[in-house]
Design a protein around this ligand. Structure first.
Ligand SMILES: [Zn+2]
Length: 326
């Protein structure tokens, strides 16, 4: 996990933060429902992915921050599960964990939130308002007291983190959230929900967002429909691991197959598999293709998208076990 930080400036913070982060100690909360129409640049698969992510790790909503195009070089390395700290002027006013960075610039959402298209690199975050001195940050990480960030975005090098008293990113973020959270009347800070197990929570977000990237990669490469029955409502589609996570199957999209929830279950239970040479569907003999609701008896169209060694690993397990249950 990496830590990114951006200098905003007092005036811009006062103008922009209330619209997307929060103000007066209260977080702004966005939900995917209602936001969708401002994301015409974003593919359906990515949006359905975002909805699932929201359900899993941000059911109380999320914050949104937009970075100018000029920050692209620095934030191209930003991945889900990383952290973004926003520096108002002499103090950090917000820290959030990256739930998702939109895969392409979204001029429409920038315009909707901030009334201008200048912040198209858009990041969905779950975080907390904080009040943490810039000078203390510089001190903690051995950065020169005279260093001026001036509107730019930067990331904290691994060496600075490991050499600091915190030792790792998660410890540092947990520490500033606990010590410097801005509490406000009557409303518990979100952070309190996972105070005791903050670093565990951070890892969970990292893992979940990794899985959601897998889903989004697989759906965008294979198309958003079940490989064997054409069911195409995104909410009912899964990116199934051909070699499952339980057997240390990877998140390489070539180890994935788009299946509807029903066929995912039947596939995992070993009621059918794929011949790794012909890419034909093989059923176990008790039930027919029709019984299983399988419309396509082959996935040849996915020949160069799904890796044959994943299918052959799967078929091998099936043959060895005479059907298997994960
Ligand atoms: Zn299906």
């Amino acid at each position: 996990m990496a830590i990114f930080y951006q200098h905003i400036g007092r005036q811009l913070w006062a103008r922009d933060a209330p619209r997307s982060i929060g103000a007066d100690g209260e977080l702004r909360r966005f939900m995917m429902i209602g936001l969708e129409k401002y994301l015409p640049e974003i593919a359906n698969a990515e949006i359905s992915n975002l909805k699932m992510l929201e359900n899993e790790v941000a059911p109380t909503g999320f914050q949104i921050w937009g970075l100018p195009s000029g920050a692209q070089t620095v934030v191209s390395r930003m991945t889900n599960g990383d952290f973004l700290m926003l520096l108002e002027s002499e103090k950090f006013a917000y820290v959030g964990q990256v739930l998702h960075k939109l895969s392409v610039p979204s001029w429409t959402l920038s315009n909707h939130i901030w009334n201008e298209q200048s912040f198209p690199i858009i990041v969905f975050l779950q975080g907390q308002l904080i009040n943490y001195d810039w000078s203390e940050f510089k001190d903690n990480f051995g950065i020169s007291p005279n260093y001026n960030l001036r509107g730019r975005t930067a990331s904290l090098s691994l060496a600075r983190i490991t050499d600091s008293k915190f030792g790792d990113e998660e410890r540092f973020i947990a520490d500033i959230m606990a010590k410097y959270s801005v509490s406000f009347q009557g409303v518990e800070a979100d952070f309190r929900l996972f105070d005791e197990v903050a670093t565990g929570h951070f890892r969970t977000v990292k893992e979940r967002t990794g899985q959601s990237k897998f889903r989004s990669d697989v759906l965008s490469k294979q198309g958003a429909k079940c490989a064997v029955c054409d069911f195409c409502v995104p909410e009912g589609l899964d990116a199934a691991h051909v070699a499952p996570k339980s057997a240390l199957g990877s998140n390489d999209p070539r180890n994935g197959l788009v299946l509807c929830a029903l066929h995912h279950r039947l596939f995992d239970r070993g009621l059918f598999y794929f011949d790794p040479e012909t890419f034909d569907v093989v059923v176990n003999g008790v039930w027919s293709l029709t019984d299983l609701g399988i419309v396509h008896n082959s996935i040849k169209r996915l020949r160069h998208i799904v890796h044959e060694s994943a299918l052959s690993w799967n078929a091998e397990q099936y043959r060895n076990a005479g059907g298997f249950v994960f």
